[in-house]
Design a protein around this ligand. Structure first.
Ligand SMILES: [Zn+2]
Length: 287
């Protein structure tokens, strides 16, 4: 199976190398022997084949981890899972749900803890400006999350790691990767049966997108045509925490977006979209 991207690993850097940027010359000069499978925790080495249909291929003596989507490469059998299904295959649903709960707790709890600490230190008169206090708070959270926080509660699940990041620290190495994103809902635009949601943190934004494959997924049926409730929810609550698992992409303008594949992979103030829509309908709120 042809591999479209490779991870370039040096002592202090990891970056994704796509077929668009690599040439035989660059490969020989820089990348040879340092390219690995793009799957997060897979240590299989790959090489570059130039030519009309250039691609990365698994090294002759290298093996993919058993849950890597390129695992079946060896036998020459095509894996039945396409790229769009890799999220579901690579990270179990329970793992994602647990991580989403922890992400929401970490965002709401660290603020409580910090404001208690702030009260204790009130006599220092250093943090009395609410603006400064907010900055300090954010800095603490950022320090704690520098480079992302690794969710590793269930290491028995084949050591799969789900990196969680605030919107403002998403970087080029996240492109093509599955990440848990944390931030606040800033805006939502309804589109057909789904929506585009702008989530921000500090001064950075990311667009959350729900593509055709989201609409076609049978598991998502109960989430389609429910996004209006988030718009209402935002106008009522004003502050809505977003936590969601998806794949980080770069759009044509070079801005990051998060493509979500399952409705159960996103939470608003820790709540499931379906539950929010249902309680609104029960309360008589409608679109
Ligand atoms: Zn692999």
């Amino acid at each position: 199976m042809r591999i479209p991207t490779a991870r370039y690993i040096t002592e202090n850097d990891i970056k994704m190398v796509t077929l668009k940027v690599i040439t035989k010359k660059k490969y020989d000069a820089t990348y040879k022997g340092k390219l690995y499978c793009p799957t997060d925790n897979c240590s299989a080495r790959v090489s570059f084949s130039s030519g009309r249909k250039a691609h990365f291929k698994t090294w002759r003596l290298s093996n993919h981890s058993s849950d890597c989507m390129y695992h079946l490469d060896r036998t020459g059998t095509r894996t039945v899972f396409g790229f769009e299904n890799s999220i579901k295959v690579n990270i179990s649903n329970k793992r994602k749900q647990d991580a989403l709960v922890r992400a929401f707790q970490s965002m709401t709890q660290s603020e409580t803890v910090t404001s208690e600490e702030g009260q204790k230190n009130n006599n220092e008169k250093k943090n009395i400006s609410p603006k400064k206090d907010g900055k300090e708070k954010a800095k603490n959270i950022q320090l704690k999350l520098f480079g992302g926080e690794v969710e590793e509660a269930e290491i028995d699940i084949k050591g799969k790691k789900l990196l969680s990041k605030f919107v403002d620290i998403i970087g080029p190495t996240d492109i093509g990767q599955v990440r848990l994103i944390k931030g606040y809902v800033k805006d939502i635009e309804l589109m057909d049966s789904v929506a585009e949601i702008i989530v921000g943190y500090q001064s950075e934004d990311i667009k959350i997108v729900f593509e055709e494959r989201f609409k076609k997924e049978p598991l998502n049926k109960s989430y389609l045509d429910k996004f209006w409730s988030i718009k209402k929810y935002l106008s009522i609550k004003k502050v809505v925490v977003f936590n969601g698992v998806g794949e980080i992409r770069e759009d044509r303008m070079g801005r990051y977006e998060l493509s979500v594949s399952l409705g159960s992979d996103i939470r608003f103030n820790g709540e499931d979209l379906y539950n929010i829509a249902r309680s609104m309908m029960v309360a008589g709120v409608s679109r």
